[in-house]
Structures are given as C-alpha cells and as structure tokens.
Ligand binder design. Sequence first.
Ligand code: SAH
Length: 243
Amino acid sequence: MHAVECIPEDFYRQTAVLGIAFDDGDMTRLGQYLDLLLETNRMFNLTAVKDPEESWNRHILDSLSLLPVLAKEEAKHVIDVGSGGGLPGIPLAITMPETTFVLVDATGKKADFLKHIVEVLELDNVTVAHARAEDIGTKNGGFRDAADAVIARAVGPLQVLLELTIPLAKVDGIVIAIKGEKAQEEIERAKKALHVLHAEVESMDRSTTGTVVIIRKKEHTPQKYPRVPGEPKRDPIGGKHKK
Ligand code: SAH
C-alpha cells in the first residue's frame, strides 16, 4: 500500500495546530517520499520506523514541527546536518519551495539516496553534500556562516552537535535541534559548549513528537572550531559525562 493511502486521522489536525497549509501536490510528494524511504529501508537501514502510517507522525509531522520556526525566522538558506534518509530536510523542502536546503551527510550511501530523492521529486530547492560537518564549517569549507538556520535530528548530544552546527550558521542565525525527553539534561551538559561557541538557548518547546530546541548564534565562532573530523565527538567541549 502507498503511504498516501494511510495518512493517520490525526495528521491534518496536528498540522493545522502548527499552522501549516498544504499546497496542491504536497501530500502526494510527501507520500512519494515515504514510499521511497520505506522501500529503500528494506535494503539498507535509514530509519527504525517501518510502518507507513506511523511514519507520517514520526517522520513527516516531526520534521514539519520546525516549519513555523523557519517561517517566523524568514529563513531563506537552511542546512540539515546529518540528514540521513532526509529528515527533517526533505519534508520541509517539499513544503517550503521558496527556501533553499543543503542536506549534509557523511555516509556515501545516504548521500546517494538523498540525491536520488531530489531527482525523483524534482526538488530544485535542494542540494546534497556528501561531507562531514566539521569539514564544511571551516574557513575554507564553503559553508561557514552560510545558513539562516541549521537543523538537525538524531545526530548526537547537543554538547557535540553544537560544534558541528554553530559554525555553519550566520551571526544572529539559529540552530534548531529536534530532541527527545532528555532535552533539558542535554542543555545542562552543553553549557560550556554554548559559552565557548558564543551561542544561547533561546527556547525549548515540547511538540507532539519531540522537543524543539532553538539556539541563537550571538557572535562569530572562534577560528579553532570546528576541530578536525571526529574530534567534537571524541573530546566534546566541556568534557565527557558518565551516563
Ligand atoms: N537526521 C536523520 C538521520 C539521523 S542518523 C534522522 O533523523 O532520521 C545520523 C546521521 O548523521 C547519519 O546518517 C550519519 O551519517 C550522519 N552524521 C554523523 N556525524 C556526521 C558529521 N560529523 N557530519 C555529517 N554527517 C554526520
């Protein structure tokens, strides 16, 4: 069965609460995307969610929970770090055609899948970068200070994620992280990283599917960040924490 045939009853009510109005063809393209994601998932792992109905909430709604923030911010250039199978970037790119999205992933197979999606869905507002966030965020990396908003879901604890994302945002731009129930704890552990990277947590809102944390970049990132690939995770700013 195609995903577009099993949209959960609550989906439209939830998206209406977020203030989202769909254009003609959006739902078809979102459904097409889920079909491709779930089909490819049988060959290699892109997501733990296998049920089409459940994927409308866990993937589409969860991604679209960032739409009101991006709209309010009037974000024109967005970078999705560690996009994996295209989340949250692809659903947002489908519903925000006036905004450009760069989807970044370090894994070749995932970048190839993303390029395939962009081609099939004819998403002319999306480019895919097969790269590590640490490399593209340096002075000559091409994307330092580039984005109005950097978005990420499930790419690691905030303490580590900040070093990967903050350099990519412009000064006064934002990082939006989709987090789970432990968001507050992650923020506590990221205090030093926030300070060192000149960033501040602006808000933390529970959505129906997760927690949306908005971080604002207040000043330019010190030249030494991001450090070389792997280093932000191996030796997080502020030190490692025991579980
Ligand atoms: N955001 C997606 C995928 C999460 S899995 C979702 O929510 O479903 C994390 C992804 O981040 C993986 O695809 C991995 O390849 C990528 N990744 C991890 N570290 C990265 C880095 N430093 N730079 C770019 N991509 C990275």
